[in-house]
Design a protein. Sequence first.
Length: 241
Amino acid sequence: MALLATDWAEEDIPLIQTIGLLSNRFGPLAAEALRRRTGGDQALLWLAQRVAGWGRVYVVEELCRHGAFDARPWLLRHACDGDFVDGYFAGKVATVAYLHEAIVGTDVDDELLDHTGRLLKIMADCGGMGMTLEHYPPAPVVLAAHVAHLGRQAPTVDRYVDAATIADHLADRNAQRSGCTSEQRDDLVRQYLAVLDRQEWCDAVRADLAENSSFFTWFAGAVAARLHLRAFAELSGGDDQ
């Protein structure tokens, strides 16, 4: 792989892709080798769709550096797969894929919105790993667009948890750390809570409580308690908020 990463022969692309599937060990060299070759951007995208963990970090970062134009639709919808290490590249994805333009455009689908929620959740709490909201200039625009679209989506557990986590980070920290003014931050938190406290959103998350009891035990005592989320306050006998 080290030798292939110094060459340009296009006929080696299938071999590099195959070896690159062992991405935890060969990811960096495979990404470098594919980048050097004509047609390598599409091969990188193929590989990015099939690797996980640290291997995904190497390949997605290479796409962000050299193949973002062709890979933009995928980066905007699928780059982050939920692994903790997504924090290393989430900010790069948001930046090079021009998330701030896509989320306010006319072609905003559920996959784009859900992945935007994931990106925002990661960037709210990935200090020491990658770019945070504080250092992402379009943060207020993207947050406002996300919460506006969220209210028009059907409620799901994943959407509920992502939105609540974002709102919790916004509410629990200095506004500057979310890239917003105090007024912007307070308004965003109110908007997120207005969606989360809707009856249909409460029903959606309650339906999943039994299947994910260990997670929601933590969630209820942490995020839900700090935000006084209606779905959990009612279960514990508290007052509606």
